[in-house]
Design a protein around this ligand. Structure first.
Ligand code: GUN
Length: 277
């Protein structure tokens, strides 16, 4: 029998712990949430982030700007938030409209307030094992594994996907936990054979149900980062759950697996901002 890793439950547990810490330490924290344009998915994510702030006891300060906002205007706002001592964290929701250079905006955010962990300084700190903000989705996956009593030390971990937000920081975090790490991508030869080596398989490819049981070693732990809306209206991941689950020891569902953890770890980064100055 396999165990389903309940990301919703674990994320609620983390938010509860953070709420208790905010209360007991009397922390007064503010997160600036910047949304540019009217992408409906981004609006939902930002709404969920603001709700999580309420639950944890963090003040969220919303900046909703029109799609016509110029790069210079956005840079000016971020600089103002950098200089505002009442703001602890700055979140600029991605993607930004095409006429704005995302890298330039990310670099403008002060590394002291980079709760997304996207700034090159945060990425550099992670890669050399110094304290700093860690990208929320990979940090959430580490929490899912640890809180499910998974021993990572010495395990074979295969990550499919090499994005700056998930694959690359994930590989750094698994290395920090003493896993043997392999990162696969679109040019990997014999993807199936490589995946079958994994004790822990982390899938972040962005293709609905691409990974079936022929990619999975019997008894492996499978973490699915993907989320897609199917033609029938239901959500699915990058993993074909029904086919793969019976061959695993543990697996995350979609929805309710990795997704809720991203926001919980954003809240964690906001609270940790007091220690990372
Ligand atoms: N867009 C999709 N995921 C994220 C995220 O984790 N942070 C930000 N800022 N934008 C996103």
């Amino acid at each position: 029998m396999f165990e389903i890793i309940d990301g919703k439950m674990i994320s609620n547990q983390i938010k509860q712990e953070l709420a208790e810490r905010v209360k007991s330490e009397g922390l007064e924290l503010s997160l600036a949430v910047v949304l540019v344009g009217d992408d409906p998915a981004s609006a939902v994510y930002v709404g969920n982030k603001k709700k999580a702030c309420e639950m944890v006891g963090i003040r969220s300060v919303s900046h909703e700007l029109p799609a016509s906002t110029t790069e210079d205007e956005l840079i000016e706002l971020v600089q103002k938030l950098n200089d505002d001592d009442s703001i602890n964290g700055i979140l600029v929701q991605l993607p930004l409209p095409k006429h704005i250079d995302e890298d330039k905006i990310i670099k403008t955010i002060s590394p002291d307030k980079d709760v997304d962990g996207f700034h090159p300084e945060s990425v550099g700190r992670l890669s050399i094992g110094q304290p700093g903000f860690v990208s929320c989705t990979p940090a959430g996956i580490i929490q899912l594994l640890k809180r499910s009593d998974v021993e990572i030390d010495g395990k074979e971990c295969v990550i499919i996907g090499r994005s700056n937000i998930v694959g690359k920081p994930m590989s750094m975090l698994m290395l920090r936990e003493n896993a043997t790490v392999t990162v696969c991508h679109s040019h990997t030869k014999d993807l199936k054979e490589v995946c079958k080596r994994a004790d822990i398989l982390i899938v972040a490819i962005g293709k609905p149900k691409m990974i079936d049981s022929s990619y999975v070693k019997e008894g492996a732990i499978v973490i699915d980062v993907g989320i897609h809306r199917q033609d029938n209206g239901k959500l699915c991941g990058d993993v074909d759950f029904d086919d793969v689950a019976p061959h695993t020891s543990m697996i995350t569902p979609v929805p309710g697996g990795v997704g809720p953890m991203t926001i919980a770890m954003l809240m964690n980064n906001c609270v940790e901002s007091v220690n990372l100055k």
